[in-house]
Write a protein that binds this ligand. Structure first.
Ligand code: ATP
Ligand code: MG
Length: 420
C-alpha cells in the first residue's frame, strides 16, 4: 500500500520527468528511515532544505524526514533514536554518531486556539507542538522554497505553496504575512538573508520589506540560538555576501553592535573583516576546517583593541589589561550571541598572541611557535598584514621562522638588528 499517495491529495505533484533530482545525492540513511516508516503504514517524506537543494542540484548537507507518526511512535520503530526539543518535539534517529531529524507533521501555531502552543506577548512562538496534516505542515514552514516534500516511493515532489515556481524564478518568498511570520520567529529574517547569499536568490519585495524595521526583535531571541544562527551565516561558504546582506538590511548593528560601531570609524578594520571572510569562504569551498572562534576573533578585534587602549595604565601590567579587555569584549558580545567558553578561550588566545608576535628575540618566539593556537594566530596576523595593519616584514619573519631549521631559527632569534 502506498500510504503517501493516499493521503496527500491537494498538492501540485511534480513527476520525475519534470524535475532533475539526482537520487544518488540522497543520503541512504534518510532513505532507509523513510522506507521503514512507510512500510509501517505511516506517511513519510524528505522535506525542507534538502528537497530545495536537490532541486538546485546541490548536495544537501543534512536531510530532514517528516511523517504522520507521533514522536513516541517514531521512537518505537527506531531503537537507535532519541526524542529531543522543547519548542518542537522531534526525534533524532542515529546511525553511529550521525543522526537524521524526524519530525511529525505540525500545524500553524495559534496560541489563542491551541493548548499546545505558547506565545510571548510580542507574538513570538515559544512552544509549538500542535500536530497536523501535511498541508498544515507545509504552511507553517518559513519560505515557499523550503516547503517542498519529496516522495521517495513515486519520485515526485509535492508542492503546497508554489515553491517550485519561486525556486525556478529565484525568489525567496515567506509563507503568509511577512510581519506576522517574522514576529512569530525573528530568526526567519536571518534565514532569508542566508539563503539569498548562499543560493544566489532574491528576497521577494514583500518578504524583504519588514526586515529592517523588525530587526530589533532579534534581541529577544535566546543568545544560544543566535550563536548557532550566526555561525550558520558565517560558515555558509558565502560569508562575504551574508555580511553584506546584514549591513544592507541594517542588522549588523543588532547582531554585532560593537563591530558595527568600529567599522564606521575604521576603514582598515572593514578591510580586515572582508579579507578574513573571503579566506573563510575559500577554506569552506575547498573542504578545509574552520573554527567559529576565528570569525568572532576577527569581528571583535577592533572593539577589543579600543577597550584595551582605554584600559591601559602604567599601574597595571599589560598582560593583565590584555586579558581583562579580551574577557570584557567577549562577555559583552555574549549577551547577544552567546559565545561558548571553549571558543572564548581560543578568541582570547588569538588576540594575546597578536601582541606577542612583536617580540622576536630570545626564547619567546620559539615558545610562541609551540603554542597550540599559533597557527590560528599566525593566520590572523597575516590577514592583519593584508589589511595594512601590520608591517609585512614582521609577517614575513614569522613565515620564515616556521620553515627554518634549528640552526637558522637560533640565528633569527639572536640577530638583534632585525628586531624592532
Ligand atoms: P540548511 O540546512 O541548508 O541551512 P534548511 O532550510 O534545511 O537549510 P533547517 O534549519 O535544516 O534549514 O530546517 C529544515 C526545514 O525546517 C526548513 O527547510 C524549513 O522548512 C523548516 N524551518 C526551519 N527553521 C524554520 C523556522 N524558523 N520557521 C519555519 N520553518 C522553519
Ligand atoms: Mg537543513
Amino acid at each position: 500500500m502506498n500510504t503517501n499517495k493516499q493521503l496527500a491529495t491537494s498538492a501540485t505533484r511534480i513527476a520525475s520527468s519534470n524535475h532533475q533530482i539526482d537520487e544518488s545525492k540522497i543520503c541512504p540513511r534518510a532513505r532507509a528511515i523513510v522506507e521503514k516508516l512507510t512500510a509501517a503504514n505511516y506517511q513519510a517524506y524528505l522535506v525542507g532544505g534538502c528537497v530545495r537543494d536537490l532541486m538546485l542540484n546541490i548536495t544537501p548537507k543534512d536531510f530532514d524526514v517528516v511523517t504522520d507518526a507521533r514522536p513516541e511512535q517514531i521512537c518505537k520503530l527506531f531503537s537507535n533514536s532519541r526524542m529531543i526539543g522543547r519548542r518542537f518535539r522531534l526525534v533524532h534517529v542515529y546511525s553511529n554518531r550521525n543522526f537524521i531529524e524526524v519530525s511529525t507533521f505540525r500545524a500553524v501555531a495559534d496560541a489563542s486556539k491551541q493548548r499546545h502552543t505558547e506565545e510571548a506577548n510580542n507574538g513570538r512562538i515559544l512552544r509549538d507542538n500542535t500536530y497536523g496534516n501535511i498541508e498544515q505542515d507545509a504552511i507553517r514552514r518559513d519560505f515557499t522554497i523550503n516547503a517542498l516534500y519529496y516522495d521517495l516511493a513515486s519520485s515526485e515532489v509535492l508542492d503546497f505553496c508554489n515553491g517550485i515556481d519561486d525556486l525556478r524564478n529565484g525568489q525567496i518568498r515567506i509563507i503568509g504575512d511577512a510581519y506576522t511570520r517574522y514576529k512569530e520567529d525573528p530568526v526567519r529574517m536571518l534565514r532569508a538573508l542566508r539563503f539569498k547569499a548562499k543560493l544566489g536568490l532574491q528576497i521577494e519585495p514583500e518578504t524583504a520589506q519588514p526586515i529592517t524595521a523588525l530587526g530589533s526583535l532579534l534581541r529577544d531571541i535566546p543568545a544560544a540560538r543566535m550563536f548557532d544562527e550566526t555561525v550558520k551565516l558565517f560558515h555558509s561558504g558565502s560569508s562575504v555576501k551574508c555580511f553584506n546582506a546584514l549591513r544592507d538590511y541594517d542588522l549588523l548593528h543588532i547582531l554585532f553592535p560593537y563591530t558595527a560601531q568600529s567599522i564606521t570609524q575604521d576603514e582598515q578594520f572593514l578591510q580586515l573583516i572582508y579579507a578574513a571572510l573571503a579566506n573563510t569562504d575559500r577554506r569552506i569551498l575547498t573542504g578545509k576546517s574552520v573554527n567559529p572562534a576565528f570569525i568572532f576573533a576577527i569581528l571583535l578585534w577592533k572593539p577589543y583593541c579600543e577597550l584595551l587602549e582605554s584600559a591601559q595604565s602604567e599601574r597595571v601590567p599589560i598582560s593583565e589589561t590584555v586579558w581583562q579587555a579580551a574577557r570584557t569584549t567577549v562577555v559583552d558580545q555574549s549577551t547577544l550571541t552567546f559565545i561558548p567558553k571553549r571558543l572564548s578561550i581560543v578568541i582570547c588566545e588569538i588576540w594575546r598572541l597578536q601582541h606577542r608576535f612583536h617580540k622576536r628575540k630570545g626564547r619567546k618566539p620559539l615558545q610562541i611557535l609551540m603554542h597550540p593556537r599559533f597557527r590560528a594566530a599566525y593566520d590572523f596576523f597575516c590577514l592583519r598584514t593584508e589589511a595594512g595593519e601590520v608591517d609585512p616584514a614582521e609577517c614575513t619573519w614569522w613565515t620564515n621562522i616556521q620553515h627554518a631549521n634549528e640552526e637558522e631559527k637560533m640565528e633569527m632569534v639572536n640577530t638583534r638588528q632585525q628586531h624592532k
